[in-house]
Write a protein that binds this ligand. Sequence first.
Ligand code: HEC
Ligand code: HEC
Length: 251
Amino acid sequence: MLKALPFFFSVALLLAGVSAGQAQDADAGEAVFKKCKSCHQIGAGAKHRSGPILTGVVGRAAASAEGYKYRKDILAASDKGLVWDEAYLSEYLDNPTDFLRRYLDNPKARSAMSYKLKNEQDRRDVIAYLASVPTGQPEASASEETTDAPAAPKKSIEEVIAAQTFSEEFLASAENFEAGKEIWFDQCTHCHGYKAYPGKAPKLKPAKYTPEFVFKRVYKGFKKMPAWHEVYSVDEIRQIVAYVKAPGFSP
Ligand code: HEC
Ligand code: HEC
């Protein structure tokens, strides 16, 4: 949403959201937030997904989003007084489980959040973004909210899935392979990578899947596999399919 706004406006939001003069960029952070969207929503109309709503999380007591079922260790940290200031958030995002172990002084503590955001600048930026999203009811987003009377009806999830076909040429394209590979290592290996086994997710067996099946699972999600249709465009998800189906895919 910020991306579409004029530059001065996003700077104003940034300055309103966090103290001025820091090397943080809420606009860059909005792009980083893509990495969070398979599990978290923020802003107007946000709902709990596999992770809690993040609206207003900066400055708030940990594990206090209403109606979300947190794991016991983050609740213990909250009982101990954990409030999400920028420093704690940065440590948490770097490695949620390690952070809880340190904070609780309990080597068995675990976070339900498996994702780790290793890049420090990305962490600063995404925290600036989290702080920039207004907590009140939106005033200006009326156009987004009037879903009752859509101008052009959007295709349903099932229609998009049904429309996919994959040519040999598309699947063999080096460009698609590289683009899909980047997303795979960024977004998928913390559940599907060899380091995540066993437990987080099944090891993929691409030879057994049709490209259409991979598209459907990634686009729509399935049980504990997150849906990615709000995170990536159809074209990007097709590129993930090209990577997963390629001989050079490494799970
Ligand atoms: C794979 C899913 C997943 C991804 C990706 C993910 N999270 Fe989470 N996140 C969770 C879950 C699940 C929890 C709840 C943790 C618990 O109960 O232990 C959580 C908790 C949190 C919390 C604590 C919220 C609170 O109310 O105390 C913050 C902050 C957070 N995530 C930020 C992020 C950010 C920022 C990103 C992206 C850089 C991100 N998360 C990516 C699943 C995810
Ligand atoms: C939060 C952990 C998580 C993340 C992140 C994740 N997956 Fe999954 N994925 C799962 C789980 C769990 C399943 C098994 C779902 C089931 O069948 O119950 C699964 C299933 C799948 C399947 C179907 C496998 C089968 O044998 O039926 C595919 C394909 C897949 N994931 C691809 C991906 C891709 C590509 C990404 C990155 C864009 C990704 N996943 C990210 C957890 C995850």
